[in-house]
Design a protein. Sequence first.
Length: 279
Amino acid sequence: MSERILLCTDLDRTLLPNGLQPESPRARERFTTLAQHSEVTLAYVTGRHRELVLAAMEEYALPVPDFVVGDVGTTIYAIEDKGWRVWLSWLEDIGADWAHHNSEELSGLFEDLDVLRLQEPEKQNLYKLSYYTAPDFEREAVLTLMRQRLQHEGVRANLILSLDETSGTGLLDVLPERASKRHAIEFLMAHQGVTRERVVFCGDSGNDLQVLVSPIPGVLVANATAEVRAQAEEEATRAGNRDALYLARGGFRDMNGNYSAGILEGLGHFIPESADWWD
C-alpha cells in the first residue's frame, strides 16, 4: 500500500459552493467518494468555529473529516468516534507565542480603543481575540499601537484584518504568530508522518495564499478571482514554488473546476492515481 494522502481543504467557496459561480453536477458526491478511500486523510482548514463547521457539514452533506483546523488556525480537532477532541499539543505550541496569556487577558490591553468592538463570546477562544472594527478607522495607526502594546507584554501576534462580505462589517483577529493555516498543516504532516509529496491543500482566496505559495502542493480552484490567481502565481514564482501551485481551469473529467471539481482536478494533477478512487 502506498503512503496515505493528507488532503487539506478550505471550506467557504472552496469545498462549499457558496460563491457566485456554478457547481459541477455530482462533483461533491465524487469528492465524498474520494474522502472515504482508505488512503485519504481529510482535513478541513477553515476560519469557521466548530458550530459553523458542523452546520456546513449538515447543510452541504459533507463527509466527516479526520481533522478540522478551525478558528483561523487556533484550534485543531481530531474527529473520533467519541466526538471532537481538541489537540492540546497544538495549543501548547501556539500558546508560547502569547507567553501563555489568553485572549481575555489580552483584551484588557485594548479597552480604550473605541474603534474596536469585541465579537460575540462564541467567536473567541483561548488564543483567538476577535473584534468588529469601525468603518474607515485609521488602520495603520491603530495596528501599530496594538503591536506596541502586545510586544511590551512579550506577545508575538498576527493582526489580521478582513471583511464580512455579507454584511460589509470590518473584522480584526489577534492570533498567535504561528497560528496559521500553513503551520497547522505542517503540524499535521509531522504528527501523521506524511511527506510533502503526499499532501495537497486547496483554497480560493487571499487568506489561503500563505499555503498556496509555499512548497506545500496547492490547488487554487477555478472560481477564485482573477486578482487572487494573479497574486498566487506571482508570489509562488517569486518564492521559487511555482511548480507546487496548480490553477484549476476546468475540463477535467467534464467538470468546470469550481469548488469540489477544482479540488478533484488539482488532486489528480499532483497525485494522478487519486482520480481512480472516485470515478
